[in-house]
Write a protein that binds this ligand. Structure first.
Ligand code: DQA
Length: 145
């Protein structure tokens, strides 16, 4: 199985960026443990600060991978283009947030992309990504019957 993790704007600064909210580890530091935990799954990682590059990556993998874990950062709250992209793909997308966006500023409470996603996980720190993979794999197994 193949799962693509896609991180959006400012998530390249994880570990350095507002550590009180996002923690003090980089995303790259949690990748080896994730890959070890799911040895049968190819877990690929992509990050970009540019909206169109996120869309290009999702279009590239969305018809040949089994699932996408997407933390769209602040584009979550604004991007109709990401929503349209997610709705165009064959594979399922799980929306992820490190922080519990519902405990934060009002403008983070609405997601433009949730309506196109299989599910949403937020508030569990970097563990949110593992929970999203767990959800995608459970969903794939269920679909197989
Ligand atoms: C975030 C939450 C967003 O509101 C914010 O813009 C981010 C990160 C999170 O992972 O908690 O960049 O997606």
């Amino acid at each position: 199985k193949k799962i693509q993790i896609v991180n959006g704007p400012n998530l390249n600064l994880l570990g350095k960026r507002e550590p009180g909210i996002y923690g003090s580890s980089s995303f790259e530091s949690c990748l080896p443990a994730l890959r070890e935990r799911y040895p049968d799954v190819q877990i690929d990682y992509f990050q970009s600060n540019i909206e169109g590059e996120l869309i290009n990556k999702m279009q590239e993998v969305g018809f040949c991978y089994d699932g996408i874990v997407l933390n769209a950062g602040a584009y979550t709250h604004t991007s109709i283009a990401l929503l349209d992209c997610i709705r165009s793909l064959r594979c399922g997308v799980v929306e992820v947030h490190i922080s519990n966006v519902h405990q934060r500023e009002e403008y983070r409470h609405h997601s433009m992309i949730s309506a196109g996603c299989k599910g949403v996980i937020c508030g569990f720190g970097l563990d949110s990504y593992r929970l999203a993979i767990e959800g995608l794999l459970a969903d794939m197994n269920q679909a197989k019957g």
